[in-house]
Ligand binder design. Sequence first.
Ligand SMILES: Nc1ncnc2c1ncn2[C@@H]1O[C@H](COP(=O)(O)OP(=O)(O)OP(=O)(O)O)[C@@H](O)[C@H]1O
Length: 337
Amino acid sequence: MIEIKNITKEYQTKHNTIIGVDNVSMSIRQGEIYGIVGYSGAGKSTLLRCLNLLEQPTSGTISIDGQILTNLSAKQVRKARQKIGMIFQNFHLVSAKTVYENVEFALKAANTPVQDREKRVLDLLNMVGLEQHKDHYPAQLSGGQKQRVGVARALANNPHVLLCDEATSALDPTTTRSILKLLQKINQELGITIVLITHEMEVVKEICHRVAVMQDGKVVEEGQVYDIFANPQNALTTSFIESVLQFSLPDKITKGREGVIVKLQFKGDVAEEAIVSDMLQSFLVKGNILHGKIEYIQDTPLGIFVMELTGEPEDVQQAMNYLQNRLLKLEVLHDAA
Ligand SMILES: Nc1ncnc2c1ncn2[C@@H]1O[C@H](COP(=O)(O)OP(=O)(O)OP(=O)(O)O)[C@@H](O)[C@H]1O
């Protein structure tokens, strides 16, 4: 369990004080994949760097598995850091070392006995699918392969926590998916807690259990990924969600319509078709479906569709009340003309 309490990080420049992280608190549970999303400058990297004490917070405390990191001596910090692996956007591999040597380097740094190293490196390379490439140099690898070396190196000393700093931002969509699958496998099979920062909500949707949205150094929204996608509260979160769901209707579809246009959202286990057909049978309204899609978030479907409801205003209102009580969400996009 990672407990972040009232962390603030300020940077003093010649003329002023810049606040990188502003009084952030969060609890990250053992074994979860926790995403921190925000645009550039939101404070994500600063917060992540505070987690392994690459940055010393100005105030606040961080504890991992009950050990308060912010109180440790330099020697204790070095030891604690071995239990916190990290991977980076630009991989940070040593170009003059082979794949094997890059991973072995982490073991040497932790004083792992020589006789234990070879098996450990080969096991790690096997886990990330790179055993065939052990004698290659970073320049001979693709971006995805380089990140796999980064993952193997980060796991070398059996960390309890893996921090991922925009780990897929330099990769194409297919490679991104394969690295995210690898992180998911590590989380599931080894039980390692993963904290990842990203500016892409798609990454959060793919693998995170919970997410915090950051803006101007603060957390503006936090919750289970499904709940955040189904019902974002903050304007920034909504814009992140929209970038993934891409649910915009062309003007020409809504223009000139007489009825009320509603957007309906339903959770996977709701038999939405039955609800909509019951509604059409129970009220004197006509329904015309304009658009629909189902997204899978954490393997749970989130259905969204847009309908035009026509009829007498009071009948339409009653039909909408009926739907509102049975579906996840109903939003009026356009009132009747
Ligand atoms: N060493 C530093 N000195 C001064 N200001 C800094 C320093 N590091 C970060 N900042 C400032 O702190 C704020 C948060 O930066 P941070 O890099 O944590 O944001 P971010 O969300 O990770 O964005 P990015 O993805 O661009 O790195 C920004 O205003 C940034 O300019």
